[in-house]
Design a protein around this ligand. Structure first.
Ligand code: C2E
Ligand code: C2E
Ligand code: C2E
Length: 90
């Protein structure tokens, strides 16, 4: 469904991420820091990531990708439009 829409962008809010309790945000924060290091992209307030990265993070958090996306949106660290990236998967 939604095949006529543009693909969603996944954008992490790095400032909001700093206000999430460390025991929850830790794996995501380390993953985002790794991507920043690989790109040499250290100064951004946001970080665009791959859909595959959200799937990888879902394995790390041991929840389905759609569940992780909802959690990250609730924390305010992921744009709400990103749920389209994982909503239609089975
Ligand atoms: P790579 O995947 O071999 O990509 C090499 C270069 O191609 C990247 O260098 C970037 O200039 C470009 N590139 C690849 N895919 C995209 C894309 O979807 N959008 C844009 N704008 N450019 C793209 P860069 O950025 O210096 O990254 C170096 C390496 O760091 C990448 O090699 C990859 O292994 C890793 N990396 C960087 N960002 C991410 C990410 O968001 N997720 C993952 N999984 N790896 C990343
Ligand atoms: P956009 O994708 O809506 O991003 C808006 C702004 O969010 C960017 O302005 C930048 O300040 C920030 N931003 C988004 N993702 C990242 C990120 O991974 N790292 C950092 N440090 N900042 C990020 P900016 O850079 O002036 O780009 C304006 C527009 O130009 C972007 O809007 C996008 O449409 C395009 N653009 C910029 N870089 C790329 C790119 O690597 N690939 C593609 N396809 N478009 C790009
Ligand atoms: P973007 O740069 O606007 O790229 C949008 C989509 O175009 C990417 O979605 C990917 O499917 C494709 N694409 C763009 N450049 C390349 C490339 O060099 N190689 C390949 N194989 N595909 C490419 P994706 O992967 O979900 O990435 C979403 C956004 O995350 C990208 O938007 C970009 O802002 C960021 N990103 C992902 N990987 C990298 C990377 O390696 N380096 C940098 N600097 N940004 C990346």
């Amino acid at each position: 469904t939604g095949s006529s829409e543009p693909p969603p962008k996944l954008v992490l809010d790095l400032e909001r991420l700093q206000s999430v309790p460390a025991e929850k945000a830790g794996p995501l924060a380390r993953y985002a820091a790794t991507i920043q290091g690989q790109r040499g992209d250290y100064n951004g307030k946001v970080l665009s990531i791959r859909t595959d990265d959200l799937r990888t993070l879902a394995v790390i958090y041991d929840v389905p990708p759609a569940v992780l996306a909802e959690q990250l949106i609730t924390w305010g660290v992921l744009n709400a439009d990103a749920r389209r990236a994982v909503a239609a998967e089975d």
